[in-house]
Ligand binder design. Structure first.
Ligand code: IMP
Ligand code: MG
Length: 174
């Protein structure tokens, strides 16, 4: 498979620090940070540690959303396959995901938090592909806006591979 680097690791690291500056000023004390699995685990780990260096403390939880069936195109019906174990009644939530694409899984997560009685929800995504949006949702904190390209690395996968790559790459073909 041919790929090219779209966002190198150093730029990602700088951007995560800048996002942490903004998020640290905005989150409530005792926020529940919820990382969207699986793609959000690398960004989530880096972001929460950057926030920790800014004296933010969290309850940390995960939730799993699945929409891609293993290919390049979203399968459409996102499913919540693992719900956060923390009680969300009156919780201030910081939802962390790798990429906002059609917005369907993002919306499923927001609907879940609302149904569970969350008091407030802030959202952080590393990447945003606004041209692909099918749901009227937006993130509060965005790392990079990118065009309609399929990307891998830094948590993002193609059929469960490449999540471990330090840089973000664009898939260019066979
Ligand atoms: P949405 O429900 O269409 O917004 O899908 C969002 C989810 O699809 C993300 O959390 C990713 O897991 C996955 N996804 C969307 N675009 C890409 C991509 O370019 N590469 C890898 N995964 C992607
Ligand atoms: Mg995801």
């Amino acid at each position: 498979m041919r790929t090219r680097i779209l966002i190198p690791v150093e730029r990602i690291a700088d951007r995560v620090e800048a996002m942490a500056d903004d998020i640290a000023k905005a989150v409530a004390p005792d926020t529940t940070a919820i990382i969207a699995m699986t793609g959000g685990f690398v960004f989530g780990a880096d972001l929460l540690r950057a926030l920790s260096r800014r004296a933010c403390r969290f309850r940390c939880d995960i939730m799993q959303l699945q929409s891609y069936g293993g290919g390049l195109v979203s399968a459409g019906r996102p499913q919540i396959t693992l719900v956060p174990q923390s009680p969300l009644v009156d919780a201030d939530v910081l939802f962390i995901d790798d990429i906002l694409d059609t917005g369907r899984s993002f919306k499923a997560a927001l609907d879940h938090f609302a149904a569970q009685g969350a008091r407030s929800v802030r959202t952080a995504v590393l990447l945003d592909k606004p041209s692909r949006r099918l749901e009227a949702v937006d993130a509060d904190f965005i790392g990079f806006e990118i065009p309609d390209l399929f990307v891998i690395g830094y948590g993002l996968d193609l059929d469960r591979r490449y999540r471990e790559l330090p840089d973000i790459h664009v898939v260019e073909g066979e």
